[in-house]
Design a protein around this ligand. Structure first.
Ligand code: URA
Length: 484
């Protein structure tokens, strides 16, 4: 039996593994240890001489996987990596990495996933505290302490360099540290817990967190999965979380009540009367599709947060209302928020939004000057595995959402409306509208001086045939050019 000590980094393991492979040493004949692991009597034997003249070829895929796994905390990783390497090369199992049911491969993939998750958490939960100013360079100094599950400091340092490039900072973890001075990114050893100063930055974080915390969007389970309790003690906002959660039910109820109070006050608006009649209990807001909400845009936005007019609110993260100047000349109406829009709470920020932005700028339209919204304000999807697949809203859902859209329209009063796809056209023009046959300028709608109906950018993204896609894109551009 051969005992090898790996200085806990990839290059050291790689050099030793290569020598073992050249000597034809089977994984069962090696014990891999890390410094200090073997206790009183560390035993390292000389590496055996090569018995083969050429190192077996190892794929880039394996090397990249192995390098990532080398940052895992488990001592088992070196054993596992060498056994996989041996099976891939001398063992002749060249397609082993594809066998995702193999116990070794399963373990490696699990480890890779744990590292990816740890990186994600570190990106999200490192909190810098100000430690002073550098008088000479006029740069501020910051410091952070974080306890990742794995040795991932080297894998995350560049992220922080890019994100916080304008300040000098150091991040300390038990297994590695990093610092940035505006010019050089340095990696260093881990440290025992450092005292990170308490600073006014904590207050800023707390203020920020409170302002972005929306009780109507609260999903406690999802939030706790994202922000496990073990990170809370280093987060300045953590002492707010429990009280915000316990307050949130009450706050949502208050929002609903307030909605009803303001909606029913005076009872002049027929839609709102209707609402009062149909409401069976305080938490339901029932919308009448023939009316709109006569409120300023900011109020519409608040009220829509509570909308439960159709079942779509049950699965979506939250209501996604339109955005853009309240006096925009152009209003763009899409179908409904997609996956990314649902998570970010903003319309047209995913792939369809990117394509729309591209064509708008080709047409010379500045998206920032448009009011961009959707006919339906909640994401409709079916979950499959980890993914959520878009589903088109039905006529009932479109009509339940219409008061919000008409409310936005009445407030913005655009000169031009661009309807993207049949859902938008069905909502505002009529249920029998056929985009393919009636696209272009639509007259006599009474909605705005000009209404232009065209296809939805997601339709363009779905076309597989490149010639047809090109053709459709040209038509889309022509429709948008009508705006001029
Ligand atoms: N598709 C839409 O219709 N709207 C969005 O906001 C995103 C994708």
């Amino acid at each position: 039996m051969l005992t090898l000590t790996v200085e806990n980094h990839f290059e050291d393991w790689r050099a030793k593994a290569r020598t073992l492979l050249l000597a034809g040493v089977s994984p069962n004949e090696v014990i891999w240890e890390e410094p200090g692991q073997s206790g009183l009597f560390p035993t390292e034997y000389p590496l055996p001489p090569p018995s083969k003249s050429q190192t077996p070829i190892v794929t880039r895929e394996f090397l990249s996987l192995a390098e990532t796994i080398s940052y895992h905390n488990s001592h088992q990783k070196w054993v596992l990596l060498y056994r996989t390497l041996w099976r891939l090369t001398l063992g002749g199992e060249t397609h082993l990495l594809k066998r995702t049911t193999d116990p070794d491969i399963l373990s490696l993939l699990r480890m890779r996933k744990e590292i990816a998750r740890d990186i994600h958490k570190m990106h999200a939960f490192v909190r810098f505290k100000k430690t002073g100013d550098d008088m000479q360079s006029e740069r501020e100094n910051f410091m952070a302490w974080f306890e990742p599950d794995h040795r991932i400091m080297p894998l995350t340092a560049q992220f922080f360099q890019k994100r916080f490039t304008g300040m000098d900072w150091s991040i300390f973890t038990p297994t590695g540290s990093a610092s940035w001075d505006g010019k050089t990114l340095r990696l260093g050893p881990g440290v025992d817990k450092v005292e990170v100063p308490k600073e006014e930055l904590d207050e800023l974080w707390r203020g920020y967190y409170k302002s972005i915390f929306n009780p109507a969007r609260l999903k406690v389970k999802a939030m706790q999965a994202e922000m496990p309790k073990k990170y809370w003690h280093n987060l300045p906002e953590s002492n707010l979380i429990e009280s915000l959660i316990s307050e949130s039910r009450h706050r949502v109820q208050e929002m609903h009540k307030e909605t009803l109070r303001s909606a029913t006050s005076g009872g002049k608006n027929p839609y709102l009367k209707h609402l009062r009649n149909l409401t069976s209990h305080d938490e339901n807001i029932v919308l009448n599709p023939d009316e709109h909400i006569r409120q300023p845009l900011s109020r519409i936005r608040e009220l829509a947060t509570c909308c439960q007019a159709c079942p779509l609110h049950q699965k979506a993260t939250g209501t996604v209302l339109g955005e853009g100047p309240a006096d925009a000349e152009i209003m763009i109406v899409g179908e409904q928020p997609g996956d990314q829009e649902d998570l970010l709470g903003r319309p047209f920020v995913g792939p369809a939004g990117k394509l729309l932005d591209h064509f708008l700028s080709k047409t010379g339209i500045d998206r920032k000057e448009c009011y961009v919204t959707n006919a339906v304000k909640h994401f409709k999807f079916i979950p499959r595995g980890n993914q959520r697949f878009h589903q088109s809203p039905n006529l009932y859902e479109i009509s339940r959402c219409k008061p919000w859209l008409v409310g936005e329209l009445q407030e913005v009063k655009p000169r031009i409306i661009i309807l993207l796809g049949s859902t938008a056209a069905r909502s505002l023009i009529g249920t029998h509208f056929k985009i393919t046959q009636q696209r272009g300028i639509i007259t006599g709608t009474g909605l705005a001086a000009k209404v232009i109906a065209t296809v939805h950018p997601s339709y363009l993204l779905r076309i597989k045939d490149s010639q047809q896609q090109q053709h459709e894109k040209t038509l889309f551009l022509k429709d948008l050019q009508l705006v001029r």
